[in-house]
Design a binder for this molecule. Sequence first.
Ligand code: BTN
Length: 305
Amino acid sequence: MRNEIINLLKKENKLSEEALNEIKDLEINDFSNTIKELGKQKTDYIKESEISKDLNTNFMGKDIYIYKEVSSTNTVAKFLSQHDVKNGAVVISEKQTDAKGRSGKAWASPLGGVWLSVILHPEVDHSKLPMITLAAGVAVAKALEKIGVENPEIKWPNDIMINGKKVCGILTEAVAKFNTIENIILGIGIDANLEVTDFPEELQEGTTTLKEYFGKEIDENLLIKILLEELEEISHLFNENEYERILKEWRKRSYTIGKIVEVRKPFNAYYDAYVIGIGKEGALVVEKIDGTLEKVISGECIIKN
Ligand code: BTN
């Protein structure tokens, strides 16, 4: 982890080789302070002052670190989460060079997107992770509605779709010690001020961007502010165990319920099934061709119709 952070700083080109060598020899606390300080330096278009202006939250986004370029905001967030950052702290980068998607895939993150990771310290066990994942999708969908996107939909578990094309992906990672979750890193990637042609060719057909949707660039700082407010609002529902209300919001925007999908579970054969709904723990409930019902907690569902 330490070397990875040093590498990303190198790539970011904000520190000289000499300074990096010095960092290597610093005590770990000094090192994390350096990373934090770098996250307070000037960036080109993502601005803390803009995000914090009128930010109506109690804890979400009260501590923000913004970088010009990192390997992955989730990696930096994971590191910082272990070095004294507040619940709701956010790591943002204007560009990522080695971003992570779900199922071990890479995530294209050129300049112009909203790439961020929120650090949460919830007191929950692993069984609540699917619900957090769904809740994050609802928060993003609601934020997009607030900036004027009509009818964003959520493809299980939490891809956000506009007109059937993906505009946002979310990667939830837990930092656990033994069986206890210490931190949750909510990595959110929104294809904002980008052209579809900015993405690798094989992704272009299934991808859309906010710029494409609106026909012009959006105010990314405003979107981040609204997103942080929506995340805080849904976290209240979560903390008050109002899971049914979260699920209701999810179901209202579902892209997946009622469709035939190919279920791809880790270490399992693929099978086709009809999606009946979403269960109370956040699992997708599907009916297989032989009529049996199954809950899908993790894995992928490829929509077939
Ligand atoms: C997916 O595969 O749909 C999830 C993509 C998650 C991408 C975001 S961008 C910010 C954060 N940093 C990462 O490396 N990944 C997440």
